[in-house]
Design a protein around this ligand. Structure first.
Ligand SMILES: [Zn+2]
Length: 321
């Protein structure tokens, strides 16, 4: 893995390469952009490249990486702190599922950690995932250290919701924007991860620019339309099985809508253009998704969508004799 292997983010990589080349490393960087497009991976690769002993352009030679990069690849580099729910849970001796925000104790610990001089003048990096969950006191503690940063230390704040960060933090960070991925880039990412081509072709156009979302859709154990299409009561049973909390039900319905669209696209087979009927169903599913996002009842959306898909299926299959 190296910075160059991050797909479809030329603009962000260009900025990072120029920082590496000029060695003018800002004390804080803000990696922002949609979820699942490579921000956190890029942050770790950048941190690795800062200490690389054999760096050419932006990465270590593929054959025979330097000891520093080899350590980072194994996740045992003492100078790279990857701060996520698991890190905070183990630091504070709490349950991982309960880590919903980045707390002041975590940031204080990181500040002390970064201040301790690293061996041999190496760079120390803290990568904060979901940086928008920093509690205000933690953000303010970080601000103080950014005013007089210890040398050779970098904070990388990673977020898909930069607007939720304190304005004072945002203005101290050097922004590195990440873009939604093109469908062909997602396709390539899925194939590289061993997803079969037909599945990748169906999932990539639905992923809304996020490789992470495409992988989620492919991995989540939701019932596929094939499993319920033939059951007349399925639309109501699916709706009944939804959790009552709207914030819990909405992502599940969104996911089921993706699966239905995927089913329609797959049923078209190798034909390059969709039939008028399939196009109509896809349009209706996309209208329902929009309604879901503007607060329509998840239950109702799911029922309507499932009934519509069953209707499409019956119209398309040969009539029984
Ligand atoms: Zn290296």
């Amino acid at each position: 893995m190296s910075l160059s292997s991050i797909l479809g983010q030329e603009r962000a990589l260009q900025r990072l390469r120029s920082i590496l080349t000029t060695r003018a490393v800002p004390p804080a960087l803000l990696f922002h952009g949609p979820q699942g497009v490579g921000k956190a991976t890029a942050a770790l690769e950048f941190a690795k490249a800062l200490n690389c002993e054999k760096r050419q352009d932006d990465s270590c030679p593929r054959e025979g990486p330097c000891p520093s990069c080899a350590g980072a690849d194994k996740g045992i580099d003492p100078d790279i702190r990857k701060v996520d729910a698991a890190y905070q849970a183990s630091l504070l001796e709490q349950e991982e599922a309960k880590q919903r925000s980045i707390k002041i104790d975590t940031v204080r610990h990181l500040i002390r950690d970064l201040e301790m001089r690293s061996m041999l003048g190496r760079w120390k990096t803290a990568v904060l995932e979901d940086a928008h969950t920093l509690v205000p006191a933690a953000a303010n503690a970080m601000l103080k250290t950014l005013e007089e940063p210890p040398s050779r230390t970098v904070w990388i704040l990673v977020t898909h919701r930069p607007g939720e960060l304190l304005a004072t933090i945002r203005s101290r960070c050097h922004p590195v924007p990440f873009a939604p991925l093109a469908a062909d880039v997602i396709m390539q990412g899925l194939l590289e991860r061993g997803i079969a081509r037909p599945e990748a072709e169906a999932a990539a156009p639905l992923a809304e620019g996020s490789l992470g979302r495409a992988l989620q859709t492919l991995e989540r154990a939701q019932p596929d339309p094939e499993e319920w299409l033939a059951a007349p009561l399925a639309p109501f049973e699916l709706a009944d099985a939804l959790p009552t909390g709207l914030h819990l039900a909405r992502p599940l319905v969104e996911d089921q809508l993706h699966r239905m669209e995927w089913h329609v696209r797959r049923s078209l087979g190798p034909r390059t253009y969709a039939s008028a009927e399939a196009r109509a169903v896809l349009r209706e599913l996309s209208d329902l998704r929009r309604a879901l996002r503007s607060n329509a009842s998840p239950r109702l959306v799911l029922e309507l969508a499932a009934l519509r898909l069953q209707e499409f299926q019956t119209a398309g299959s040969p009539k029984p004799p």
